[in-house]
Ligand binder design. Sequence first.
Ligand code: NDP
Length: 293
Amino acid sequence: MTSRASSSTAYSEASGKLNNVDLYAVIGNPVAHSSSPLIHAAFARQTGQGMRYEAILAPEDAFAANVESFAQRGGKGLNVTVPFKLEACKLAHRLTERAEAAQAVNTLAFGHDGILGDNTDGAGLVGDIASNLQFPLQAARILLMGAGGAARGALLPLLQQRPRMLTIVNRTRSRANELQERFCSYGAVMSCDYADLQGQQFDLVINSTSASLKGELPPALPPGIFARGALAYDMMYGIGLTPFLQFAQEQGAARFVNGLGMLVEQAAESFFVWRGIRPKTAPVIEMLRSRTT
Ligand code: NDP
């Protein structure tokens, strides 16, 4: 069974348009917490695009059926969130290079030539760090904590910025090793255990583990891990500092930032894939920030 968060009126099954607007949605489970409808509504208003954006709660075993029914209603594009990013990758007929590398898809675009799968998470992360935060990634020593879907999406866009070294550390070492092997042709990347971090320093430490979601800290990083001027970035966002950002503050990181900017930037990248227009992200980040402080 599918539930759509927004109500639908006078919807034309044949054209996929409601009062001449194109239909988009975010699909996930859970999905009620998603800020994507709010963000895309703001982008559409700002750019004058005729769009309607829904939230679709799909049962875990019915992702493909829900995508199919959305496409039959004339839907033009989907954002895909937990736990469907891998399934979306298999479902797409064509993949962008970054989706192919990540083997995970967060954006589907429906066209006459089939379904395009893209992954905008990493571009969103890099956009937030490099443009919004003005943090130089070139030649930086980067530590990426975690080796799940978000880490996979981030690796290619991060390596394209030519850091001095990107080190992946993960609780389950084998997953970090797999990513290191898959991405080593794109740049300087290595993998290690948390215990191997003793005595090392990084300019940028990114928490892409889901530990913050449970209010937990990932395994403790050794003292002195943050280099002078270091940025601590938690992909997780919400109210107040996450446990990882609190730790970073105590350990002397110069800046500590949550993933709200990444969320808006990845949405803007999806919007561009669908509409060919880049919305301004700063006012939308500001709007969301004012709701979470
Ligand atoms: P996954 O479930 O795919 O991966 C989770 C990762 O976290 C794994 O590497 C896992 O390690 C690690 N992990 C979980 N708990 C702990 C712990 N207690 N200590 C150490 N490591 C732990 O999740 P995703 O990659 O999809 O998401 C990760 C985070 O990124 C989430 O907080 C999510 O909200 C955020 N995110 C934010 C986005 C944004 O736009 N801001 C976009 C996408 C994700 P192991 O392999 O050992 O299990």
